[in-house]
Design a protein around this ligand. Structure first.
Ligand SMILES: Cc1cc2nc3c(=O)[nH]c(=O)nc-3n(C[C@H](O)[C@H](O)[C@H](O)COP(=O)(O)OP(=O)(O)OC[C@H]3O[C@@H](n4cnc5c(N)ncnc54)[C@H](O)[C@@H]3O)c2cc1C
Length: 293
């Protein structure tokens, strides 16, 4: 009898241990892997994913907003603020066919994501984007993290941008304001040629109404008629210097080279950000307080 029991347990113990181990591994790791697979649409460097266009909106004569469908309703794009994605519209391999674009949808939006694309005069990839129709697909790779935002690092962020330079600024602004545990104040200075060129204005105004104590937006327009609440001309030194506590303020900039040079001076060698010049340099801000996208 004792021999029989011993033999029996020799099979039962390893079998149940094996089953438990199998169950543990499948719940601990496989379910997690499955969740990640379905949750994050972008799969990392070198892995191109194709997404279908569900909607195209003409925002201005030379900008369009594209909505792309993710693989499932539960999927998120899988980016951290502030990130961009690489797009290949022609799907012909070669770096000359690939350009970076910055999603303007919320980073945790499920089922779809949005890009705003400006058609550059003679632009290769932006021209390809403008020929696309609903139901066409574009290949994307990413995410590419440009600045790793950490909540409550600064008391205030100042965002200076022109034209489509609004895209990373909007991604960051909405992320900061809609995160209940982030108390950072945001001041946005947004320059355009004409009032009609202002992108995401409705969304910015909605954020202003929702967060009146934490979000200020100043629009600047150079040409054509302007309505109330719009400043004529360029972003001025006097406008950006009035930060509540200059040591706790951070500046992010996105625009043409000329725009960046005017406000912060050019980036250093290899695009490193160890210097600050221009208006912010004159105002005494340190290189650690300035980031050029
Ligand atoms: C990190 C990052 C994020 C970006 N996000 C966006 C975005 O969200 N939306 C968007 O529309 N664009 C964005 N861009 C710009 C985009 O990647 C392309 O450069 C742009 O669409 C032009 O590409 P193209 O192939 O049409 O033009 P190209 O064929 O490469 O160039 C055509 C002409 O346009 C000029 N040109 C190209 N880019 C610029 C520029 N930025 N400013 C002034 N002149 C230029 C070239 O000198 C050339 O004369 C981003 C760029 C970077 C680096």
């Amino acid at each position: 009898m004792s021999i029989l029991l011993t033999n029996k347990w020799r099979f039962i113990i390893p079998a149940s241990l094996g089953t438990s181990l199998g169950l543990y591994i499948s719940t601990r790791f496989l379910s997690c892997a499955n969740y990640n697979d379905t949750a994050k649409a972008l799969k990392g460097f070198g892995k191109w994913q194709s997404f279908r266009i569900t909607k195209i909106e003409q925002l201005t004569p030379n900008t369009k907003k594209f909505t792309f469908e993710l693989t499932s309703d539960r999927s998120i794009l899988g980016i951290k603020p502030v990130s961009f994605v690489l797009a290949n519209v022609s799907r012909t391999w070669g770096p000359w066919n690939i350009r970076p674009y910055t999603p303007v949808s919320r980073i945790d939006d499920r089922g779809n994501f949005e890009l705003i694309v400006k058609h550059m005069p003679g632009g290769k990839v932006s021209g390809q984007f403008f020929r696309l129709k609903a139901n066409d697909s574009v290949s994307f790779m990413g995410p590419m993290l440009k600045y790793n935002w950490k909540p409550n690092t600064f008391e205030e962020v100042n965002l200076l941008c022109g034209g489509t330079g609004i895209t990373p600024m909007f991604q960051l602004t909405r992320h900061i304001l809609e995160n209940p545990s982030d108390r950072t104040n945001v001041r946005l200075f947004y320059a355009n040629k004409t009032e009609d060129d202002i992108l995401l204005r409705r969304e910015l105004e909605d954020l202003k109404k929702k967060f009146p104590d934490r979000f200020l937006v100043h629009y600047y327009v150079e040409e054509g008629p302007i309505g109330s609440g719009i400043n004529r001309g360029r972003i001025l030194k006097e406008d950006i210097k009035g930060s509540a506590n200059s040591n706790k303020a951070m500046f992010f900039l996105c625009g043409t080279n000329g725009f960046i040079d005017t406000y912060a001076g050019p980036k250093g060698i290899f695009g490193l950000q160890y210097t600050v010049g221009g208006i912010l340099g004159n105002l005494g801000y340190k290189p650690s307080q300035v980031f050029r996208f």
